[in-house]
Structure formats: C-alpha cells, structure tokens
Design a protein around this ligand. Structure first.
Ligand SMILES: [Zn+2]
Length: 173
C-alpha cells in the first residue's frame, strides 16, 4: 500500500484542494466519514505515527487506508482523495472521504486545535465536492471502535463556533 505521508498547513491543503481537478472519470464523492485514531493525541509523532498506521493497515492486508489525519497543527495526507480509501470493513468506502481525527474521543470531544482545523477542512471538502453527508464511522457500524461523539451534532457545533460554511443534512448516505 502506497501512502503520501505529506504534512500540510491549512493554507497548503486549501491550495491542494483548489487545484485538484475532478472529471467525469473520477470517482463520485458524496460523503465524509469521521473516525479517530486508536492511540491518544499525546502519542502522536508526526511521520512516525503515519508509518505506524501504514504498518497496521499493511498487516491487515489492506490496499487502501484513510485519506487524511488531522492533528493539532497539521493535516496529513495519507492516501489520495481521488482513490477509494478504506477505513472500515463494512463496505462504506465507496463515495467516502475517510478522515481520522488524531486522539481518542470516547468520553470527550476533540480539543480546540483539532476542532478548528477540522472545521476548515470540512468546509473546503464539502464545498469542493458538494457533499451533504458528514457522519461518524460509528453511525454506520456500532462495532467500529470509533466514537459516536464525532458525528453530525458535533459538526453543527463547529459550524456555529468557527463560522464555517458547511451545508449538510442529518440524512445518512
Ligand atoms: Zn473508524
């Protein structure tokens, strides 16, 4: 499995998305699925963490992985958005952009740094691809090992807090 392993500032990510050309032969993207890492945010070590997750997916024999990781200060490109990713065994990969928030969020919401960066990333992606659905992995699979907290209501709270333009509905697709 090939990974990009690129660290980006929000500005660099914005340019990257703005310049991305999507044609009729590219895959149709219609949703964003939010996940979070199995390791806590305190143990995030940039490239070393990327390689840790790369090894993990390799060990599972996966040919694809999540698209992005969002840490406190950076957006990490893991696999190309143009390619179908994989972050679930439940067949919810078609049409999805999989985003891993760095940290464990079973009993708390992401802190302000991850939350703010996520708000801007979601604004960019929903507008670029006309996405109407942002849901947690948990909402598709209760046995996913991902928290129900990083779901629609949390994204709505980000909209209000950071005044980002994210037009989504509660419907799941
Ligand atoms: Zn997940």
């Amino acid at each position: 499995m090939k990974i990009l392993n690129r660290k980006m500032t929000l500005k660099a990510f914005q340019d990257y998305i703005d310049e991305m050309k999507f044609g009729i032969f590219d895959r149709k993207i219609d949703r964003i699925i939010l996940h979070h890492t199995s390791s806590p945010i305190e143990s995030w070590q940039n490239s070393a963490s990327m390689l840790h997750y790369w090894r993990l997916y390799e060990s599972r024999g996966w040919k694809a992985g999540p698209h992005l990781f969002i840490s406190k200060d950076s957006i990490w490109l893991f696999t190309p958005i143009k390619k179908e990713g994989k972050a679930s065994t439940k067949g919810i990969n078609k049409g999805s952009i999989h985003i891993e928030l760095v940290g464990r969020y079973f009993d708390k919401y992401p802190g302000p740094e991850v939350a703010k960066l996520t708000a801007h990333v979601l604004e960019l992606l929903t507008n670029k691809f006309k996405i109407k659905t942002i849901r947690s992995h948990y909402s598709y699979d209760e046995n996913s090992n991902c928290s129900p907290l990083v779901d629609f209501p949390w994204v709505v709270s980000l909209k209000n807090k950071y005044l980002v333009n994210i037009n989504i509905t509660k419907d799941i697709c």
